[in-house]
Design a protein around this ligand. Sequence first.
Ligand code: ADP
Ligand code: ASP
Ligand code: MG
Length: 243
Amino acid sequence: MLFVQKYGGTSLGDEERILSAARRVAGLARQGNSVVVVVSAQGDTTDLLIQKAARINRRGGAREMDAYLAAGEQMSAGLMAMAIGTMGCPAVSLTGWQAGIHTDSVHGNARIDHVDCARIRRELASGKAVVVAGFQGIDPQGDITTLGRGGSDTTAVALAACLKADRCQIFTDVDGVYDRDPRVYPDAIRFGRIGYDKMMALIENGAQVLHDRSVELARKHHIALEVLSAFTGEPGTIVGDLE
Ligand code: ADP
Ligand code: ASP
Ligand code: MG
């Protein structure tokens, strides 16, 4: 089976969490699966980078911000590939542009135009787990773009579509999608399964658990998204077509 697994910032927050994700990836690879891992920047890295840039230049310019912010995900990708390597599983990290994520030129909120996953396919065929830096792509001028806050989810879905992945798993710091933010409302109710339209409505009401464009793309390609806890790996919520 071909898995695309995305890990969010908190799920990669420290060395132990990176190793724990790497262990899961290596385990799947050892069982004969192909695995593509999409990573976000660790912890609050993106917020910290934005604050730092603002101290240097309040109007830094969107192109330079993208070049700067994309580094957060690149660091995670390199670290994750090394972590998977220590589990005895060969792995390679790719930036968004190496992974063939082509976008428009709207810096800071670029939309994916097309994906060329030939390089990923080659790396998978050579027996490697492939780690892709989320949230980033390249525009027609060859400049680095970012996909908007939370955009690593969209990287994962775009790759799952291009690769025709069997599973697209979004690992995060809660154990699924709830009717309200479970951190704010302890009595929130978790969905076992939720349709795309209802998921979009939740996002429009402020549920940032998934990037809106990731759900749009999943709906377009009929990809079932599994939202689950990186800490337990227990089944969470399936976002998909409701029969
Ligand atoms: P990641 O870093 O894994 O991408 P995010 O912070 O983007 O994680 O999304 C996960 C967070 O979304 C949770 O920690 C939770 O507080 C918040 N959240 C808001 N609304 C919801 C909801 N309806 N269901 C689940 N999580 C929600
Ligand atoms: N690191 C980026 C952000 O904080 C992208 C992501 O996490 O999906 O918005
Ligand atoms: Mg997110």
